[in-house]
Design a protein around this ligand. Structure first.
Ligand code: 2P0
Length: 347
């Protein structure tokens, strides 16, 4: 082991991060190697959908190990966490690092299809850097999480989060920032209803879906061109606490993103029948006076932005749709948190 490595305190740490739902979506990259987004995005961090991750550097291990919800993983998931741990080692000044035991659990059933790389890589970035003795400020932590997964950059922060596209070639200005704290977002009364429509892993992974959209969709350029304006308008709507305007932009951004994906060749289709029925139900609720707006991500689940006074009724209405397995109301969530850190088994 190099001299510089021996000065790093390789220990263990535990961190928690929550998933987030984008109101202005991220879909496309300006640099694949550094995982830099082609445009900014805006999200709500959600309470209750938590990933808890322990990283323990251990000089006795000869490879990184990942245990996800009690099951040992191999292959690509391990390679992805190893890459983030290598970046942490570089930040810590170590030329080499001990291998690590990483154990991660989700507070929500992975089979429900809500398992998210956002909470996973935000928790990994915080636990990994903590286990290497680093106390990274939120922008640096967000940059690190972004290297694991673009949406993870946002889960480092709580409340309403703005992800900056950045312009620097090294990507160091491409990080998230808090636009409203968890307390401000809760005081406003923001709620996200999540209706789970199917079990099992998604059919096209987000990274593959967005890459295919970027490479083949004739509508990709128009989609990216629309994001800056939507983002500026959504930022204003958040600062003005204008829920109808934010909701309108949320629904537009989601449908524009999916329109670009639908036009990819071959098409990237995340909707199922129930997803479209969810959109229709949200429109009908809105016509009847409920402040609620539809969104969905790289999967068939229905999400609806609403307020505290209407969230239970929205969850009940979406929960009653044929094909919806369960629905829940999520409050704005907290930033990623370091739960424990200390010396571990690292030699
Ligand atoms: C978002 N999604 O803004 C968008 C909307 C899904 C649909 O960010 O390639 O898993 O790891 O950076 O973060 C999912 O993309 O993609 C995503 P990578 P990620 O939430």
């Amino acid at each position: 082991m190099s001299a510089s490595t021996s000065t790093v305190r390789w220990g263990r740490a535990v961190a928690e991060a929550r998933t987030n739902i984008a109101l202005v979506k991220y879909w496309g990259k300006r640099d694949a190697a550094l995982n830099l987004p082609a445009a900014g995005s805006l999200s709500l961090t959600l309470d209750g959908l938590v990933t808890r991750t322990e990283v323990r550097f251990d000089g006795k291990l000869n490879e990184d190990r990942l245990v996800l919800n009690g099951k040992a993983e191999t292959g690509k998931p391990v390679t992805r966490i190893s890459q983030v741990l290598d970046l942490i080692a570089a930040l810590a000044g170590g030329r080499e690092r001990p291998r690590a035991q990483v154990e991660s659990t989700n507070s929500f059933p992975t089979a429900a299809g809500l398992a998210s790389s956002a909470s996973a890589f935000a928790a990994l970035a915080l636990a990994g850097s903590g286990a290497a003795g680093l106390q990274l400020p939120p922008p640096a932590l967000s940059v690190l999480a972004r290297r694991g997964s673009g949406s993870a950059a946002r889960s480092v922060l709580g409340g309403v989060v703005l992800m900056n596209r950045g312009t620097a070639a090294d990507g160091l200005d491409s990080h998230a920032e808090e636009l409203l704290s968890i307390d401000e977002a809760r005081a406003w009364g923001l709620r996200m209803v999540v209706a789970v429509t199917s079990e099992g892993p998604k059919e096209t992974l987000s990274t593959d879906g967005m890459n295919r959209t970027q490479e083949t969709s004739p509508y990709y350029a128009a989609w990216i061109k629309s994001v800056d304006g939507d983002l500026a308008a959504a930022r204003q709507a958040v600062l003005a606490r204008d829920l109808p305007r934010l909701g309108e932009l949320t629904e537009q951004s989601c449908l524009s993103m999916h329109a670009s994906a639908l036009a990819a060749r071959p098409a990237v289709v995340y909707f199922r029948g129930v997803t479209i029925e969810g959109h229709r139900a949200v429109q009908q609720l809105r016509k009847a006076g409920t402040p609620v707006w539809f969104t969905c991500d790289a999967g068939p689940h229905i999400k609806a932005l609403t307020d505290a006074a209407h969230a239970d009724a929205v969850a009940a209405a979406l929960g009653a749709l044929p094909g919806v397995l369960s629905s829940r109301v999520c409050l704005p969530g907290a930033p990623a948190q370091l739960i424990e850190s200390g010396s571990g088994a690292a030699a």
